[in-house]
Design a protein around this ligand. Structure first.
Ligand code: SF4
Length: 339
């Protein structure tokens, strides 16, 4: 069996001494738990994920229960975690696993990567951690560590840089202990070789680290070439009855906040709007990865009418129940607190 590289051995022994060994998805690291946690951990910190993971697991303990749930139930548990396409993909993938893979997470790279929301790195994590098959992973934390330690230039998500990173990640993955190494290298990036102020003084691979030796830690990994973030304005119509109830409608399955519940947006939801008393709320900014949104809203006092005029399908609910029963995006929660 080929020997581990000194880098791999150093990361493994660092993990034994300093890694996180008590996360709720580690004992046992079942394929479902690893898949769920890896999906939640994309773009999200461990501390935030723990609660969401536990709530999700108690409602959907396995793939069949997740596959049978409605998208609304899934979205409701996901609300606040952001990047909602992850939840949609999770739900779609669970349905496929229930149908095609006897309700199990598949154990081949090909089958995993054919599922919605599972890229090569998540597939690698599932195979290494849950099935103990040596497969490389390359999440954001791992990319940062490798770019710094091996002095790899270029934005890590560019095709050219990935062509260097994947073979490197593969060459560092041990045959034995691949499950420990997968967790170790992700943890190392998350805890020690952090984006800002990495703890180089405590780093076991400092002596061989290109970025440390060349004093260019802040320049690696290189940033994405800047593209201007598009700006967009969303205008919401908050219809409110005398008893305080508000009207929510489900957003389309594609686009911003897909399938979550929100106030009607864009065109006025009724033709006889002029008949009602209206109030403009203070606009505010909301930043998404791909958009800079200005949120505007008009509160429409509806009175007691039964509102046959509303053009959209939707539901009336008391403001304090929103979020408990329906998944809503953050700006909607913020607007509700303004009421
Ligand atoms: S020396 Fe610093 S920059 Fe290099 S791998 Fe260690 S923590 Fe990261």
């Amino acid at each position: 069996m080929p020997k581990n590289s000194p880098f791999t051995d150093a990361i493994l022994s660092w993990y034994d001494r300093n890694g996180r060994h008590d996360l709720p998805w580690q004992h046992p690291a079942s394929p479902y738990d690893v898949w769920l946690s890896e999906t939640m951990l994309q773009q999200t910190q461990v501390a935030t994920v723990i609660d969401y993971f536990q709530r999700f697991k108690s409602k959907f303990p396995d793939i069949p229960s997740l596959a049978q749930a409605s998208l609304d139930e899934v979205m409701q548990l996901w609300a606040g975690l952001g990047y909602y396409r992850r939840a949609k993909h999770l739900h779609e993938a669970a349905k496929i696993m229930a149908k095609k893979h006897s309700g199990r997470v598949p154990s081949s790279l090909e089958d995993l990567m054919a599922l919605p929301g599972i890229g090569q790195s998540t597939a690698g994590a599932i195979l290494s951690i849950a099935y103990q098959k040596p497969c490389a992973i390359l999440d954001g934390n791992v990319k940062r560590v490798l770019c710094r330690h091996y002095g790899i230039r270029g934005w890590p998500d560019s095709t050219l840089t990935l062509k260097q990173l994947w073979p490197l990640a593969e060459s560092l993955t041990p045959n034995k202990d691949c499950h420990r190494y997968a967790q170790a290298i992700m943890d190392f990036g998350a805890v020690l070789c952090t984006r800002n102020k990495p703890n180089c003084q405590a780093c076991p691979i400092q002596k061989s680290c290109y970025a440390f030796l060349q004093q260019c830690i802040e320049q690696l990994p290189e940033k994405k070439p800047r593209a201007k973030v598009p700006e967009k304005t969303l205008h919401f119509w908050i219809l409110q009855r005398d008893n305080g109830d508000i009207f929510l409608t489900q957003r389309p399955p594609l686009g911003i906040w897909a399938s979550l519940w929100a106030f009607p947006e864009g065109e006025p939801p009724m033709s006889n709007l002029a008949e009602y008393h209206k109030q403009t709320l203070s606009p505010f900014l909301h930043l998404l990865t791909h958009f800079r949104l200005t949120i505007k809203a008009t509160l429409v006092h509806i009175g007691k009418q039964n509102l046959a005029e509303i053009k959209l399908a939707g539901t009336w609910c008391a403001p304090h129940t929103v979020g408990k029963t329906l998944g809503v995006p953050k700006p909607i929660t913020k607007l509700i607190t303004q009421l």
